[in-house]
Write a protein that binds this ligand. Structure first.
Ligand code: ADP
Ligand SMILES: CSC[C@H]1O[C@H](OP(=O)(O)O)[C@H](O)[C@@H]1O
Length: 403
């Protein structure tokens, strides 16, 4: 019989107390459930006498945000733990330390990052993160390169891939990102004042073709091991430090999906700047910072990925003249398209973003939602023509200027 059951606070404490490297002494521990995500339980376990702490994250057999009517495999907890360990090897210091995993109980005990802030929250509060683009481009270049056919033995890659078959979580993405926003689905959550914009998207057949092409890539292109859900709610930051969490959507998919995710979320935050109803200068400065971060993220990624290819590439054939440039151009185009798809679903799909939803002035919120939709739609429509990250920046600036 399986030993799985959702943990009580007392059981979470008992498990945490076995982590000798954090709690070598026997003083009592206290627990608090702090999960604010859509899917899992997260216990913060602290030893008041020493101030030491860990996080115990446990999967539930269903999606917490919907309830037991949406069952989900517990195997996602094993996948999350294995992805965290692999990312820790490939991108040291950029993910939390893992102290213990238990596939049967579907849990991971990890480093407490409460001295950081979730990036979405930090951005909403006006924070700036000067090391973020450098760190995240390191994370992306290393995790994607060394799990692709360019940076890893191709037979080993196929064997590794078998451990990251993640059908339930991929299905969430296939439906919530690539299908439901393009039809009148029950899962959508549409504010009345933008219903006309959603209906226009449901009728937009040119857009549907581009989304079908992106969805096909997500379904079939096992290019590298992805994080799979790399939005600003999955990244902890301080001005000096960046840590990526929550890779439970990990699977072998198209790299542009991971690079597009943070770009989409920076653009959603860009759109949310409509909340500065009167302060044009504040809005302009904030937007310039966000666009510069997007530029640095892609250019840093491009430079580091090419360097790894030149210095650590394992594939002789990949050294064919012109192949690298062609590959990077296609990767940019995927990134642009996936950024658009990831942004669009956050405006009226099942899961929104606080950046926009917390704007209390309804007129400003509507402007932000329409701006996010305009940017997202143009990214999707034009992704196959993109030649440079400047195309993304021009699309965002033009939409913000009402063009
Ligand atoms: N290592 C950690 N350190 C501190 N807080 C964490 C850690 N991991 C998760 N959390 C907290 O729990 C929340 C939900 O975690 P997350 O992994 O995103 O869960 P879900 O998979 O349900 O989205 C985060 O937003 C954060 O507040
Ligand atoms: C029914 S899951 C909706 C949505 O939630 C996930 O995000 P998170 O686990 O970080 O809360 C993922 O983005 C899913 O698409």
């Amino acid at each position: 019989m399986s030993k799985y059951h959702p943990l009580s606070e007392a059981e979470a404490i008992e498990i945490a107390s076995s982590i000798q490297e954090v709690f070598p002494t026997g003083e009592p521990l206290v627990s608090r459930e702090i999960g604010d995500g859509n899917l899992n339980l997260v216990f913060h376990i602290m030893q008041p006498a020493t101030g030491r702490s860990v996080i115990v994250k446990q999967a539930l057999p269903y999606a917490k945000v919907v309830g037991e009517s949406w069952p989900l495999s517990l195997d996602r907890a094993r996948i999350e733990a294995e992805a965290l360990l692999k990312q820790g090897e490939l991108a040291p210091g950029l993910v939390p330390a893992v102290y213990k995993t238990d596939a049967e109980l579907a849990l991971t005990v990890m480093e407490d990052l409460s001295d950081h802030v979730i990036m979405r929250r930090g951005l909403i509060e006006g924070g700036t993160y000067p090391a973020f683009a450098e760190h995240l481009s390191d994370f992306l270049a290393n995790t994607l390169f060394f799990t692709s056919d360019l940076g890893m033995n191709q037979q080993d890659k196929k064997k590794t891939l078998a451990g990251f078959i993640n059908p339930d979580l991929c299905k969430i993405t296939e439906d919530l990102i690539f299908d439901d926003p393009y039809r009148d689905a029950d899962t959508n959550s549409i504010e009345d004042h933008i219903r006309d914009a959603a209906e226009a998207i449901w009728r937009d057949e040119t857009l549907h073709l581009e989304v079908a092409l992106l969805r096909e890539k997500f379904l079939t292109h096992a290019q590298a091991l992805l994080h799979g859900d790399l939005h600003t709610g999955s990244i902890f930051v301080t001005p000096e430090s960046t840590k990526v969490i929550d890779p439970e959507f990990a699977y072998f998919g198209p790299m542009g999906f991971d690079i597009g995710a943070p770009i989409a979320n920076l653009l959603l935050h860009f759109a949310s700047q409509e909340h500065w109803s009167a302060d044009e200068a504040a809005r302009r400065d904030r937007r310039a910072y966000l666009l510069e971060t997007i530029r640095e993220l892609w250019t840093g990624f491009d430079r580091k990925f090419r360097k790894l290819w030149d210095e650590k590439g394992v594939d002789r054939v990949a050294r064919a003249k012109g192949y690298q440039d062609d590959y990077m151009r296609r990767l940019l185009q995927d990134t642009v398209g996936f950024a658009g798809a990831k942004a669009l679903r956050r405006v009226y799909g099942l899961a929104h973003v606080a950046d926009i939803d917390t704007i209390t002035d309804a007129a400003a919120r509507e402007r932000a939602q329409r701006l996010a939709l305009a940017i997202a739609r143009n990214l999707i429509l034009r992704h196959r023509q993109a030649e440079s990250i400047e195309d993304v920046i021009r699309i965002a600036e033009a939409a913000a200027n009402g063009q």
